[in-house]
Design a protein around this ligand. Structure first.
Ligand SMILES: *Cc1c(COP(=O)(O)O)cnc(C)c1O
Length: 384
């Protein structure tokens, strides 16, 4: 059986398989061609169609997507990249990979995302790019500063690892045409390839740079290589092509995605209603009609105690994420970010994964309520 049908409240997140993935991988295996093949190209086309964009470039991971997007934006040594500290460490590592300097900024505590004002305040002569993180699936609207950014040649690279499928107005995230958008198709993302990622470029030139970079800087296609005795290495590159095996999984996932979208929204609304009567619990809100929620997060006092109590009861709570500016590896870029630090102490992610393994929400919420009461003594059902 691919997905156990029992509710799974022990894990914070888990992949959801629709059932045809194994057959699709077997078929790709039998073809004898595992690298970048027509399967990978079909996956790119299908993602582009789904999002309503001209092109999409598949890579091996969300981290590789961010890395190649930064290269396409020509960010490098001496440049600053504006980024929230509240993100997965991959966002920061991608900036360091191109030799640029992360400039950490604050978040809006209500959404855990940056806003245009926070970005604008951090712009300097050295800013090459800004990387908004679409935290939990929330679109980030920088249109108010679009002209400022364009005038200064600052490229927007969206870390949309959480946001596959989310809408911004009438368009899907990735279809704005004003940003390079990076998706992750890692194991627990909204859509999975096992491991994988995708960049939505703004221009054909950006697409070319990313396609060359993911192929070790080589420009020829497989077909060309079969018919010539040499190949051309035209620039820097890494082995970042998405394999046909991973793309085959992604194609099956995309076919089932509508169900995933509906289930995630339904789960999130169910949590919202169940959490509403609890005192001392602030849900990190999301416009669930627009976003495909990736996480269900609350903010609470005594988070560490509550976390330990829930883990003790086998409830798979998590923390997304410890702020990056407090990580030892990024100490050189440390700044004072009180909102982020406070969020880092209060956020708790509740088990959130898809049908038919969706968590037993009553059990999670009841356990949370009990853990809060014993941790702080101040929480419980609200009274009028
Ligand atoms: C998962 C994730 C990434 C990295 O994606 P991988 O596919 O794991 O490399 C980057 N940013 C955020 C916010 C993520 O959640």
């Amino acid at each position: 059986m691919i997905n156990s049908s029992k509710p799974d409240t022990r894990r914070n997140a888990r992949p959801y398989l629709y059932g045809q993935e194994a057959a699709a991988v077997a078929q790709a295996l039998e073809s004898g061609q595992y690298g970048h093949t027509s399967v990978t190209e079909e996956f790119e086309q299908r993602i582009a169609e789904f999002l309503g964009v001209h092109d999409a470039v598949a890579v091996t991971s969300g981290t590789a997507a961010l890395h190649t997007a930064l290269l396409a934006a020509k960010a490098g040594p001496g440049d600053e990249v504006i980024v929230p500290s509240m993100t997965f460490c991959a966002t920061i590592q991608a900036i360091l990979a191109v030799g640029a300097t992360p400039r950490f900024i604050e978040i809006d505590p209500a959404t855990l995302c940056v806003d245009h004002q926070l970005v604008l305040e951090a712009v300097t002569d050295k800013t090459a790019a800004v990387m908004p993180v679409l935290f939990g699936g929330r679109p980030v609207d920088l249109s108010a500063i679009r002209e400022d950014l364009d005038e200064r040649g600052i490229v927007v690279i969206e870390d949309a690892a959480h946001a596959f499928g989310s809408r911004h107005g009438t368009r899907r995230v990735g279809a704005s045409g004003t940003a390079l958008t990076c998706f992750s198709f890692g194991p627990i993302k909204n859509l999975t390839c096992g491991q994988g990622g995708m960049v939505i470029p703004r221009t054909p030139a950006e697409a070319d740079t990313i396609r060359r970079t993911r192929l070790l800087g080589v420009v020829q296609s497989q077909g060309e290589r079969a018919n010539t005795t040499s190949y051309r290495v035209e620039g820097f590159g890494l082995r970042y092509q998405l394999s046909a095996l991973n793309a085959a999984i992604g194609l099956v996932q995309l076919d089932g995605f509508q169900a995933a979208e509906d289930t995630r929204r339904h789960l999130w609304r169910t949590y919202r209603d169940a959490l509403a009567p609890l005192d001392g619990v602030t849900l990190v809100d999301v416009d669930v009609d627009q976003a495909v929620p990736h996480l269900c997060q609350v903010r609470i006092a005594h988070r560490d105690e509550v976390f330990a109590a829930l883990r003790g009861r086998d409830i798979g709570v998590g923390v997304h994420y410890p702020p990056n500016h407090t990580q030892p590896a990024f100490a050189a870029f440390r700044r004072h970010l009180p909102e982020t630090e406070q969020a880092g102490e209060e956020i708790l992610s509740l088990p959130f994964h898809q049908h038919p393994t969706e968590p037993d929400i009553d059990l999670v919420v009841t356990s949370l309520e009990q853990a809060l009461t014993s941790a702080g003594g101040s929480s419980g059902r609200g009274r009028p």
